[in-house]
Design a protein around this ligand. Structure first.
Ligand code: ATP
Ligand code: MG
Ligand code: MG
Length: 551
């Protein structure tokens, strides 16, 4: 994470500092509190906070809370928690609603200068008058309304005299501009709705474009970074700041959104998944939300490393989900303590192991990192192994357990399968095996070669655990790609598999929410932050091992 690959925005910042245009860097991250943040937002967070930190500046977290109908304090709290979790500290916490009074005054300034007017065409008429890409717009009959009249109406809009939609305030720019955003954009609308922070104080609310650039200027933002769809809004951003006595004029710079395949990344769609119950909440481990990824077992380090590696550019692309998974694997591979868990247990009786005895074997916490120390692995006469690690009629190159065959039990010794005990329906109930005492780890016989090593858990010590395995939320790379179909049709019906009766080592059962492990040969798992309890663990598979069923 220390090497910070260069990008065009970083170069602009360096130039601005070198030329003396700016003496510091102030960026902002401006989420709307209308949902939880997703992995795409993390790209913007890493970029804004990372850049400011690198050059000794600061980042404001500013809630873009200009639409009272969809926003809430709960969402705002969740957003703060997610940004903190990612590892970033805002220098200032601001709200666009902090500036409502000032935004209003600036609008009055525009009206006084003949650069804004109160419109009474309907929304539909406004759309119609606006023209198209190939056709210029037409002037509204209200475009030349005297300033005094607009000021009076605007004041009464604010006071709550009119119903929603009766009037809007429009900037008076250029109805024939090739850029449709400049054809007299609406900057205020009536919304007789209480706001989660300003209560009943306002009956009009500013539009995003109006609130955004001015908020940037009020806060002394130097570089206002946003996604490419706002490129066409930049002339408007600049026009607003050029036509009011703005304290400064930040530079808007656009970059490509971060996209991942097999998921959706718009809050509207994510909200629909939650509200219609297709997932179990915003933090469902299958969701691309930061809260979902956290619950799934993603670490902030892995997400920061991922976006750092992906870089920032102006070309749109869709990143393979496997790249994100790999970032997590790389992180957990280094940090996760090792343990053994059996997800689909079948019992093995070691017939030559004394009844009623137990022992504790020493194993490294991490095979490549001695500094992580050692752990104790319980062993007794009965153990669990994976059902898939035994085959009665195996193919030729099967190196796990088979009748008459041998495997090594990880950290213990070699066993041989003598007897297969089956239920009436042919299901294997128990395997009777003998162990080779000479082959214990540490003894000379330990070097005896057998082809397979399998994991296991002592039956007397193992604790039953619920294991949740996740697959992609959608079964196609781009669920929004086919405009003729509803994206919900592409939900993957097998995205969640619940295993109610896996067995884990006792130490894992004592783990806390958020603790993670590599279960050897199986994958990386984390205690579910909501449902796991000491003694009755619930573990989420964060990510598989590179090769899940290696010998
Ligand atoms: P969505 O469409 O998912 O609701 P949004 O842009 O409406 O996203 P905001 O809360 O307004 O959501 O986003 C806050 C900031 O995060 C904005 O500056 C936005 O540009 C940025 N952002 C949102 N999605 C992405 C993404 N996929 N990649 C990079 N930045 C993003
Ligand atoms: Mg937005
Ligand atoms: Mg949005």
């Amino acid at each position: 994470e220390t090497s910070r690959p260069t990008n065009f925005i970083r170069n602009i910042v360096i130039d601005d500092l070198d030329s003396g245009k700016h003496s510091t860097v102030v960026t902002r991250f401006p989420p709307e509190p209308n949902g939880h943040l997703h992995i795409g937002h993390a790209k913007s967070i890493c970029l804004n906070f990372g850049l400011a930190a690198e050059f000794g500046g600061g980042t404001h977290l500013r809630f873009d809370d200009t639409n009272p109908l969809k926003e809430s304090e709960d969402f705002a709290r969740a957003i703060l928690a997610d940004v903190s979790w990612l590892g970033f500290e805002w220098k200032e916490l601001r709200h666009a609603s902090d500036y409502f009074e000032q935004l209003y005054d600036y609008a009055v300034h525009l009206i006084r200068n003949g650069k804004a007017y109160v419109e009474e065409l309907s929304a539909e008429q406004i759309r119609e008058y606006r023209g198209t890409l190939t056709e210029p717009g037409r002037d509204s009959p209200w475009r030349d309304r005297p300033a005094e009249e607009s000021l009076d109406l605007f004041d009464r809009m604010r006071a709550g005299e009119f119903e929603d939609g009766r009037y809007v305030l429009r900037a008076r720019i250029d109805m024939s501009s090739p850029n449709i955003n400049l054809r007299d954009p609406v900057i205020y609308r009536i919304r007789n709705a209480p706001h989660h922070r300003t209560g009943d104080a306002w009956h009009i609310y500013p539009m995003y474009d109006w609130a955004h650039g001015i908020s940037d200027a009020i806060e002394g933002i130097t570089h206002s970074l946003c996604t490419l769809e706002f490129e066409d809004h930049r002339p408007l951003y600049d026009w607003f700041l050029d036509n009011i006595p703005a304290p400064c004029h930040p530079q808007q710079i656009e970059f490509a959104r971060g996209n991942l395949d097999y998921t959706v990344m718009s809050k509207r769609r994510l909200r629909q998944l939650v509200e219609e119950g297709h997932v179990n909440g915003w933090d469902d481990p299958r969701m691309p939300t930061l809260s979902g990824l956290r619950r799934r077992g993603y670490t902030p380090e892995s997400i920061r490393a991922f976006w750092n590696e992906m870089g920032v550019s102006k070309s749109e692309s869709i990143i393979d989900m496997g790249v994100l998974e790999n970032a997590l694997r790389n992180d957990l591979n280094v940090r996760a303590p090792r343990s053994m868990a059996v997800l689909d247990p079948v019992k093995v009786v070691l017939t030559n192991y004394p009844e009623g005895e137990e022992e504790w074997l020493e194993a490294p916490v991490h095979p490549q990192d001695e500094s992580m120390g050692t752990r104790q692995v319980a062993l007794s006469r009965k153990i669990w192994i994976e059902r898939a690690d035994f085959m009665e009629d195996p193919p030729r190159k099967y190196f796990r357990l088979k009748p008459g065959g041998e495997v090594r039990l990880r950290h213990a010794f070699i066993i041989r399968c003598d007897d297969v005990i089956k239920d009436a329906d042919g299901t294997v109930r128990e395997l009777h095996c003998t162990f080779d005492p000479e082959s214990r780890s540490g003894l000379p016989g330990a070097s005896r070669k057998v082809k397979g090593t399998i994991h296991w858990v002592s039956a007397a010590h193992g604790v039953r655990a619920e294991v949740r395995q996740y697959d992609r939320l959608f079964s196609v790379p781009n669920p929004l790609g086919d405009k003729s179909r509803d994206f919900l049709e592409f939900l993957n019906p097998d995205s969640l598999e619940v295993i109610p009766d896996a067995v884990v080592e006792p130490e894992v059962a004592r783990g806390e929410p958020g603790d993670f492990y590599q279960f050897e040969r199986t994958g990386y798992f984390v205690h579910d932050s909501e449902d796991s309890r000491p003694g009755s663990p619930v573990l989420n598979r964060a990510v598989t091992l590179r090769d899940t069923w290696a010998r």
